[in-house]
Ligand binder design. Structure first.
Ligand code: PEP
Length: 254
C-alpha cells in the first residue's frame, strides 16, 4: 500500500456513455497493472452507479462531488448521503471552491455536510484554498485556517482524523497554472502543523491532497513533496491517459 490517494473530480463532464468509456479505459489498465495507491473517481451523480459497474474488480473507489446533509424529505434537487452510500460511494467532495463561489456554499453549510458525511461513516474530501486576491494580500493562512476551523467546528478530533483535506488554491483550479512546488510544499506543511497544534497528533496524520491544475507533467514534483499525500484532479482526470500517468507516477514515488 502507498500513502497516495489519486482522486478524479470529473465536475459536470461526461454523459453516461462517455463516463462508461472513460472509467472502462482506466479500469482496464488497472486490472492489468494494479495500482498500489488508492484511486478514486468522482463522476457526475447520473453516472456514479454505472461507473461502479464498469470498474468492478479494479479497486477503483467511487466518490461523489457533493451531497446534502439532511437524510431525506422536501429538498428538491438534492441528493442524500444514504442514496450515495447505497450505490457504493465511499468518499464525498465537500466545499469545493466552485460550490463555494458559484453556488454560495458557506462555511456553516460545509460544516453540516462534513458532520453528516462522517456520521454516515463515509469520508469527506474537504476542500480549502485561497483566492489570488487573498494570496496577494498575504492572507493565505488566515483564510485557510478559518476555512478549516469553521468547516470542522464541533467535530471531535477522532472523527476529524478520518477526513481527507484537499488544499486547492482557487487561482490554480482549471487555469493550467498549478502552484509551484515551493508554494504547495509550504502550504501543506503549514496546514499539517496547524492541524497538529489545533487538534493533536492523530489529526496531523490526515491525508492532505493537492489540487489545482495537477497533470501528468507536473504531478511528480508535486507528489514528491513531504506533506502531499495525493491529488484532487479535475481536467486531467477526464483524460484517461493523463489520469493513468498520474497514478503511475504516484506508484513510482511510493
Ligand atoms: C478540481 O476540480 O478540484 C481541480 C483541481 O481541477 P483542475 O485539476 O482542473 O485544476
Amino acid at each position: 500500500m502507498s500513502k497516495f490517494l489519486i482522486a478524479g473530480n470529473w465536475k459536470m463532464n461526461t454523459n453516461a456513455f462517455e463516463a462508461e468509456k472513460l472509467s472502462g479505459y482506466v479500469a482496464g489498465y488497472l486490472k492489468e497493472n494494479p495500482a498500489r495507491c488508492e484511486v478514486l473517481m468522482c463522476p457526475p451523480f447520473t453516472s456514479i452507479a454505472s461507473v461502479g459497474e464498469t470498474v468492478k474488480g479494479s479497486h477503483i473507489k467511487l466518490g461523489a462531488q457533493n451531497c446534502y446533509h439532511e437524510q431525506k424529505g422536501a429538498f428538491t434537487g438534492e441528493i442524500s448521503i444514504n442514496m450515495l452510500r447505497y450505490i457504493d460511494v465511499t468518499y464525498i467532495i465537500i466545499g469545493h471552491s466552485e460550490r463555494r463561489k458559484i453556488f454560495g456554499e458557506t462555511d456553516e453549510l460545509i460544516n453540516k455536510k462534513i458532520k453528516a458525511v462522517l456520521d454516515a461513516e463515509l469520508t469527506p474530501v474537504f476542500c480549502i484554498g485561497e483566492t489570488i486576491d487573498e494570496r496577494n494580500a498575504g492572507k493565505t493562512y488566515e483564510v485557510i485556517e478559518k476555512q478549516i476551523t469553521s468547516g470542522l467546528n464541533g467535530i471531535p478530533a477522532e472523527k476529524i482524523a478520518k477526513c481527507v483535506i484537499a488544499y486547492e488554491p482557487v487561482w490554480a483550479i482549471g487555469t493550467g497554472i498549478s502552484a509551484t512546488p515551493e508554494q504547495a510544499g509550504e502550504a501543506h506543511t503549514n496546514i499539517r502543523s496547524f492541524l497538529k497544534d489545533k487538534y493533536g497528533e492523530e489529526v496531523s496524520a490526515i491525508k492532505l491532497l493537492y489540487g489545482g491544475s495537477m497533470n501528468e507533467k507536473n504531478c511528480r514534483e508535486l507528489l514528491s513533496l513531504k506533506d502531499v499525500d495525493g491529488g484532487l484532479i479535475g481536467g486531467a482526470s477526464i483524460k484517461g491517459d493523463s489520469f493513468i500517468e498520474i497514478i503511475r507516477s504516484a506508484d513510482e514515488l511510493s
